[in-house]
Write a protein that binds this ligand. Structure first.
Ligand SMILES: Cc1cc2nc3c(=O)[nH]c(=O)nc-3n(C[C@H](O)[C@H](O)[C@H](O)COP(=O)(O)OP(=O)(O)OC[C@H]3O[C@@H](n4cnc5c(N)ncnc54)[C@H](O)[C@@H]3O)c2cc1C
Length: 402
């Protein structure tokens, strides 16, 4: 694998760097840096989306015909890496990376024309209604029922852990249209307007006190049949396509490396309690070196996947490997931050947000204030998008052939 950039790609990287220097404002960067939850809050995320939208770069993974950049897999990786290293917020994946490819791959012309531009413009904000109480890892056990009634479906059931459902005006969801069929075969994929009568959203607070996830209740909700994507019963095929995009093809290592750099910088000033600084502590240095090596190994795997994509091949179940490794590293690095700050890292403010003029003042420093809420929230990494155990099962079966 050749990991040197071509001269064209180097020029592209310089162009991205220049753009980030001029357009990534301090307010957006600070908002991103001081967000303890997994997802960026819409005020910060949308502000960054708008900047990229105006530049024409928001659809950086989209085909040109739908308003995307048409960049190569290498350019997309460079863009994500430069954004991560500049401290840009994570883009909200639900519309841009999850439902958009489903719509342009399986959707009708009308669905493409209506929904895709609204994702880019920020008019629509999406949430994902897959999991249910009793159907998470075993997603095909889902029970949310959609009964066909003329040109509509009547939905009854509930969805859980629905990230940002309280902000979203649209939800893509899996519903059971045929309870008599084999469980995977009886599922369909619907696009649901969150304003429809019969939908209610109940918050679930995370262990850190953040409101990120919800339970969504659907009671006799009338959804036009034209908002079904694909054929009736094709929902499982579409869900597998979407989950492959959710688990991989992303660029975790540079963001993890950026966070390690930040820890290294803070450790130069943070006392070790014995007259020195944490950066000089042998135990700390060993842990940092271990994490750094694992991040580099992850980046090699991510680059291998980019290289496969560049040759027109699909990454397939290898994306489970990057999801697994990145999730473990995310938790390892967030634990290092708690370690680094000692007592000061144990504060847990209940007020949100931790950025902006109304943020509660930190006891010691902003980095210390973030350590515990981040650590607690990052427990979710080894659960959402498929748990570690489920990813390990996929790797065992599909990658290692066990
Ligand atoms: C913060 C957060 C955000 C989320 N956001 C969304 C969202 O926006 N939309 C959405 O639809 N879902 C979302 N989820 C749900 C997430 O996808 C599920 O929580 C996840 O798939 C696990 O399902 P479960 O919670 O039902 O746990 P279960 O499936 O009940 O798992 C319980 C335990 O059993 C283990 N287990 C289960 N099956 C196996 C197996 N086959 N082999 C080995 N071990 C197994 C699991 O690893 C786990 O430890 C989110 C979850 C979290 C925590």
């Amino acid at each position: 694998m050749d990991i040197d950039l071509s001269s064209g790609d180097s020029a592209f990287r310089d162009e991205v760097r220049c753009f980030l220097k001029d357009n990534l404002t301090a307010a957006i960067r600070d908002g991103s840096a001081r967000t303890p939850s997994v997802f960026t809050e819409p005020d910060i995320g949308q502000a960054w989306n708008d900047v990229l939208y105006r530049k024409g770069w928001l659809g950086y993974q989209w085909p040109v015909e739908y308003g995307g950049t048409g960049w190569s897999p290498v350019q997309r990786y460079i863009f994500e890496k430069e954004c991560a290293m500049a401290g840009a917020p994570n883009l909200t994946v639900l519309g841009l990376k999850l439902v958009a490819p489903v719509i342009w791959t399986f959707g009708t012309e009308e669905q493409k024309r209506f929904y895709l531009p609204r994702i880019l413009s920020g008019e629509d904000y999406w949430c994902q209604g897959f999991s249910e109480p009793g159907a998470g890892s075993d997603l095909a056990a889902l029970q949310c029922r959609a009964v066909r009634d003329g040109d509509r479906y009547i939905l009854n059931g509930s969805k859980i852990w629905t990230t940002h459902a309280h902000h979203a005006n649209r939800m893509f969801c899996l519903v059971r249209t045929d309870p008599g069929a084999k469980k995977q075969a009886g599922i369909s994929f619907l696009l649901v307007d969150m304003e429809l009568p019969g939908i209610s959203v109940r918050p679930i607070l995370t262990i850190a006190g953040d409101h990120e996830v919800n339970q969504v209740f659907l009671e006799n909700v009338n959804v036009p049949a034209e908002d079904r994507v694909g054929q009736e019963g094709e929902g499982w095929t579409i869900a597998k396509f979407l989950l492959e995009n959710e688990r991989g093809g992303s660029c975790h290592a540079p963001k993890l490396g950026y966070d390690l750099d930040r820890l290294e910088e803070v450790a130069r000033h943070e006392s070790d309690g014995q007259g020195g600084v944490m950066a000089g502590d042998a135990g700390w240095k060993r842990k940092m070196a271990g994490a750094r090596l694992r991040v580099q190994a992850l980046e090699m795997i991510e680059l291998k996947i980019v290289s496969e994509l560049a040759k027109g091949r699909k990454p397939g179940p290898q994306t489970s490997l990057t999801k697994l490794l990145a999730s473990n590293l995310r938790q390892e690095i967030d634990l290092l931050a708690v370690d680094l700050h000692g007592y000061a890292g144990l504060q847990l403010n209940s007020e949100r947000p931790l950025y902006g003029p109304d943020a509660p003042p930190p006891v010691h420093s902003h980095d210390a204030q973030l350590a515990t809420p981040r650590y607690l929230n990052s427990r979710a990494w080894t659960i959402f998008g498929g748990t570690n155990e489920v990813q390990s099962g996929i790797i065992a079966r599909s990658v290692l052939g066990l």
